[in-house]
Design a protein around this ligand. Sequence first.
Ligand code: AHG
Ligand code: MN
Ligand code: MN
Length: 355
Amino acid sequence: MHLGRTTLSKFLIENLSGTPDGADLAALLVDVAAAVKAIAALSARGALGGATGSLDTVNVQGETQKPLDVLSNTAFVNTFQLGGLVAGVASEEMDDPFPIRAPHKRGPFLAIFDPLDGSSNIDGNVSVGSIFSILRAPAKGEPQTADYLQSGSSQVAAGYALYGPATLLVITVGNGTHGFTLDREIGNFILTHRDIKIPADTSEFAINTSNERFWEPPVTRYINECKAGKTGPRERDFNMRWIASMVAEVHRILIRGGIFMYPRDNKDPSKPGRLRLMYEANPMSMIVEQAGGLSSTGRERIMDVVPTQIHQRIPVILGSRNEVERVVHYHQQFDSGTDQSYKSPLFSERGLYRS
Ligand code: AHG
Ligand code: MN
Ligand code: MN
C-alpha cells in the first residue's frame, strides 16, 4: 500500500545525484531525518519519557534548559558524530562549536542547529520543532569558529522538523521547498508537499504584541494598520496568531501565507532581536525564499548578513512577499524621514491609533 510514494531518500537521490558533494549531502539529510525520528519519538512520549519540566542548567543564552532541549541536542550531536559527513557542529544548546575528532570521520559539511525550537511550549503539549542549517566545511583541518560564520546565502541545505499532530520534515537544497510527512507505521518520511509556494498576499500576522511598547515606529505603524482592519488604511480585516514556536509559525505561513515578525526592539539594548541568526533566522530564510517569500531584518535581507558570532541575534520579518515588502518600505520611510503616516487622521495626536 506504500508502493509508488516518494520517500525522502528517493527524493534526495533524484535531486542531488550528479551535483558536487550531492551523494554526501543526501546521506547527511538522511542522518538529519534519523535524528528527527528519534526526537519525534521522545517528544511524543511527553511526561512518560521524562521530557517535561525544567532542568537546573542554563544555556549560553541564559535560558533554563528543558530535558528535551538537552536530549534533542544529544540526538543531533551523536547522529552527526557517527555519520562521518560533517567536520563540526554548532548548536543553540552548546556554548562553542564542537569539532568532529578521531576516531570519528570528518565530512565535507558543517551542521548548525536549534535542536528544539519553541521549548517553552513542551509542558503545554503545543507543537515544537527542530531547525538546521548546512554549510560547507573548510577543505582541510579542524573547523574553527570563523569557518561557521558564513552568510545564509552560503547554505547548501536548510530545513526544519515540526513535531505536531503529524511529524513533518521540510527541507530545501536550493531547488524549492519540499515537505515530507513521517509515516510512523513504516518509519519513512514521504513527500507530501512538493514545491511549496507561499501566497504573495495575506491577511494574517504573527507577532508577540506584549512587546509593543518596545517596538520601532515602522513596526507599530504596520501592526496598527492591520488592527484597524476594514476601517483603516488597509481596508480589510486581519487575523492574528502567536504560537511562540517559530517552526509552527513558519509552517503555517508556508501552507496558507502570513507574515511573522520578531522585530528589533529596545527591551534589552544588548539584544538586537530575539531570534538567533545562524540556527533560526538563516535556515528559515532559505526555506521561505525558496518558497517564494521574503525574509528581512526590516532593513536588509537576512541571508546577506555576515555573522560575527555563532549565537548572535537578529530582527526577523518573514513570509508573504507583498507584506514583507510593505514592512521594509515602512522602515525605509521611517529611516529617511519621509514617513507621513502619523499625519493621517487615524494615527494623529487625537486619532484612534496614535503611536
Ligand atoms: P527556543 O525555544 O529555541 O529558545 O526558541 C523560541 C523562539 C521562537 O520559537 C519563538 O518564535 C520565540 O522564541 C518566542 O518568543 P516569546 O516567548 O518572546 O514569544
Ligand atoms: Mn528556537
Ligand atoms: Mn531551541
